[in-house]
Design a protein around this ligand. Structure first.
Ligand code: AMP
Ligand code: MN
Ligand code: MN
Ligand code: MN
Length: 287
């Protein structure tokens, strides 16, 4: 039991947004939990993209490391013809509404992955890029970062970023638009399963202030309860906008690093801004 300091509730270190190899991260769920414990994290949610495959291993590792694990997932959702990310926390993983939602998302991901592979075979002059991504990821529905790694290994891109820019981003030759679940339906499933719906990284969508507020009106009406406010790398103006949203909407603050890999040397699990004293914290909903 490493995390003795977790008994002290004041200034407790947490991370409610990170990824393992069960989606597009590079550590196994147990490696990730061990790294979180080493980094002094007391409360952790593993939020892999549209899958719960890493949750059981993470829960076992968390129990042995003295970390409190909250169930988690990062859902790709659609709203107003855009793709947004919604983190869900503290739901019952076995609830049928959750199981059905994840199955539907996995099916969409698998069809998308097969189509990305077919497009890459043509656009990048590859053979079997879908199968290569399956092998590399050990998943039937590999996300785009796995295709980026396949492209880099094949010498078709300098690095993952270049692979995204050249082939995988919207507008590029191997991009495939995907029918993700509507945000209101995703929120409804998460709430039925007793969980909390969080808008992930609100400032990564290119929203104007007005558009963000329009989204939040609808998100709250649908049952959304939290906003990811404590994330690394925001400037003062961005933090002020999120504070304003917390003030004007009935939303709690969540936070997380969005850690994917130790190679992202500028990120660490649990290394997020401290909550302000007056901030309504998501822990109140997870108790
Ligand atoms: P997917 O879930 O298959 O759509 O892949 C999305 C993931 O790819 C994100 O969670 C990031 O980890 C990564 N990603 C998205 N856009 C980019 C980009 N432009 N450059 C590098 N990585 C990206
Ligand atoms: Mn990712
Ligand atoms: Mn995301
Ligand atoms: Mn993420």
């Amino acid at each position: 039991m490493k995390a003795d300091h977790c008994a002290d509730l004041h200034g407790l270190r947490f991370d409610f947004h990170c990824h393992s190899r069960a989606s597009d991260g590079s550590l196994s769920p147990s490696e990730l939990v061990a790294r979180a414990a080493d980094a002094g994290v007391c409360e952790l949610a593993l939020t892999d993209h549209d899958t719960l495959a890493g949750q059981a291993e993470a829960a076992q590792a968390a129990a042995s490391q003295g970390v409190r694990l909250v169930s988690g997932i990062e859902l790709s959702v659609s709203w107003d013809n855009r793709e947004l990310h919604m983190v869900a926390l503290g739901f019952a993983s076995a609830h049928p509404a959750m199981q059905q939602l994840v199955a539907q998302q996995q099916q969409a991901r698998q069809q998308r992955a097969e189509r990305i592979g077919a497009k890459l075979d043509r656009a990048a002059n590859m053979t079997g890029s879908y199968q290569q991504a399956v092998l590399l990821s050990d998943q039937q529905a590999p996300g785009r970062p796995w295709f980026a790694r396949v492209l880099v290994a094949a010498g078709k891109a300098r690095d993952e970023q270049h692979a995204f820019n050249r082939f995988l981003k919207p507008g590029q030759s191997a991009f495939v638009a995907t029918p993700w679940v509507a945000v209101a339906d995703a929120v409804s499933a998460v709430r039925q399963a007793g969980g909390v719906a969080v808008l992930a990284h609100p400032l990564r969508y290119g929203f104007t202030r007005r558009k963000l507020r329009r989204f939040l009106d609808q998100f709250v009406a649908a049952g959304g309860q939290a906003l990811e406010v404590l994330t690394p790398g925001l400037n003062a103006q961005q933090q002020a906008l999120l504070q304003e949203c917390l003030r004007d909407f009935p939303l709690y603050a969540s936070g997380g690093s969005d850690f994917h890999s130790p190679q992202q040397s500028w990120l660490e699990l649990g290394r997020i801004p401290r909550p302000g004293n007056e901030m309504p914290m998501i822990q109140a909903l997870l108790a």
